[in-house]
Design a protein around this ligand. Sequence first.
Ligand code: SF4
Length: 247
Amino acid sequence: MAGQAVNLELTEAQSAKVHSTVELLRQAVRDHGPVTYSNSLGAESMVLTDLIWTQVPQIDIFSIDTGRLPEETYHLMERLERRYQRRMRLVYPNAQSLEAYTSEHGVNGFYNGLNERQACCQVRKIEPFKRAIAGFGAWVTGVRHEQSASRALAKAVDFDAPNGLYKVSPILEWTHEDVWAYIRTNKLPYNPLHDKGYPSIGCAPCTRAVEPGADSRSGRWWWENSDSKECGLHPKIRIVATSKAPA
Ligand code: SF4
C-alpha cells in the first residue's frame, strides 16, 4: 500500500522509466495531437498529472465527476489545483440521462445486477468520457500491466477503434513500487484512501479496501466476478455477465 517502502530517491531504472514516459507523451503529441489525459485521480494519475503539467503541458487533462466520488477525491482535486495553479476539465453526466437511470433503477440500482451496474457506468462515465475525448487525436491512460490479468495485455500505443482515436498508456511498465517512489520523491499529493487499503479508487459505493497483496482491481465491484471489473473505458477488455448482489 501507500505507506510501504518510503524511498526518497528514484533508482536508475525508475529514472529511465520517467524519461521514457515523458518521451512517449511528447511523441503522442507529435504524432497524434491534440492529446487528452483521462485522469482517474488514483496513484498513477498523480504521476501522470505531474509529468504532464510540468513537462508536456500542451496535453489536456480531464476527469469525470460521476457525482458518486468519495469526498477525499474532491479534496485531492483541490490540492492539485493549489500545487499546480491549474485546473483540469471536469466532465459531468448528462442530467436527463441520469434522471432517467435513477427513475428506472433507483438511486443505488447498480447493486442489482451487472446490467444495472453497466448502465450506471454508461451514464455516469462512458457517455461523459466520449464527450470529453471528442476532437482529440489520442487519449492517455494510466493503466499498468501488473494491475490485472486483462490489463497485462495492453499496449503502449494502440488504436482505440471503438472511439476512433489512439490510446496511449505511457506507464504500462511501471510497478506499484515505481509509482509510489515517484510520488514520495516528488512529495506529490495523493488520495488518503490509499493509506486505508484502497489500491484503486473509483465511485464511493463501488470501491472498497482490499487485503494487502490482493489484485489491485479486487476492491472494485467486488460483488461481480473478476472478469467484469472494468467500467467500459477500455473497450478491448471482455465483460462477463454475473448478477450477484453485494453482501
Ligand atoms: S462505478 Fe458504480 S456508481 Fe460509479 S458509475 Fe459505475 S456503477 Fe455507477
